[in-house]
Design a binder for this molecule. Structure first.
Ligand code: GLU
Length: 285
């Protein structure tokens, strides 16, 4: 099996130095292993994705000296594939519709008898308000769908993956997350959002498999999402890539860079006359 990786930005703002680091690292790893570097545009959130940001992604990455095969996969073209995956999970009785708002969830988890609210990879761990005793016969488009985690782990058990980079706490190598930990610290994650009929977790898993990705190179901010991705791969019968989570590039005050942090945008450095080699020097790759 060759080495195939991808860089998967969302076109919701300018790429910053953290993206440059991630993309260059993935690209250089692929080159060193005589493998392939792919680009994927993660534009499922159509309320935030903009064509001008997508155009700028191509521009910035080309300026950095990166190349990738075309056509580029765009998630907004792949709704049928996501629906097929949702249908598979539904057929296993693992999905249920949820009508809770963020505010409902915050209120339910802050009730005095609940103790301190627990945070999972996607925010507050869902308290189970809408979880039915028996899975629904039908699900309809336009509903938020959650994964019944207790039922999901009953199919799969503990999940394991191989990490060649580092977890935020420095863990590396073979990593196992127990079924109990998935229930308690992740909970019933959203698989399809009302407004987009899919979710980050589902789309990334379906697309990594479709693109035959062998190595996922991405920031440590996504480390906690990885057990969810492995679980979904098992449930959908998809292979698991190796994961390489890298440290995040931070600003001078140690804060993680965000898309709105325009001062760190690659485009800003370009305008100010930096070269791609200067950018590599600044981020140490
Ligand atoms: N689209 C995600 C982001 O921009 C990255 C997805 C991934 O690498 O798994 O943060």
């Amino acid at each position: 099996m060759g080495f195939r990786t991808r860089f998967a930005p969302s076109p919701t703002g300018p790429l910053h130095m953290g993206h440059a680091y991630s993309a260059i690292l993935a690209h250089d790893m692929a080159t060193a292993k005589h493998g392939q570097f792919l680009l994927r545009i993660e534009d499922i959130d159509q309320s935030r994705a903009r064509p001008e940001w997508e155009a700028q992604i191509y521009d910035d990455l080309t300026w950095l000296g990166l190349t990738w095969p075309t056509p580029v996969m765009r998630q907004s073209d792949r709704m049928a594939e996501y629906q097929a995956a949702i249908a598979k999970l539904h057929a296993k009785g693992l999905l249920y519709p949820c009508s809770c708002t963020r505010r409902d969830i915050a209120a339910a988890t802050s009730a005095p008898q609940e103790g301190a609210p627990l945070l999972g990879p996607d925010g507050l761990i869902y308290p189970g308000t809408c979880r039915p005793d028996v899975p629904p016969n039908r699900i309809t488009p336009g509903q938020t769908l959650r994964l019944n985690m207790a039922q999901a782990v009953a199919h799969v058990g503990d999940v394991s993956f191989y990490e060649t980079g580092e977890a935020p706490d420095g863990t590396t190598g073979a990593i196992t997350v127990s079924a109990d930990a998935l229930v308690e610290t992740v909970g019933d994650v959203v698989i399809a959002r009302r407004d987009m009929a899919t979710s980050y977790h589902l789309s990334v898993v379906v697309d990594d498999a479709a693109q035959k990705i062998t190595h996922v190179v991405r920031g440590q901010d996504l480390f906690d999402a990885t057990p969810i991705h492995i679980l979904l791969q098992r449930l959908l019968g998809l292979p698991s890539p190796v994961y390489h989570h890298h440290a995040l590039i931070r600003d001078d005050r140690g804060k993680r860079l965000a898309k709105r942090d325009d001062a760190r945008a690659i485009a800003r450095y370009r305008e100010n006359g930096a070269s791609a080699a200067d950018v590599r020097g600044m981020i140490g790759v």
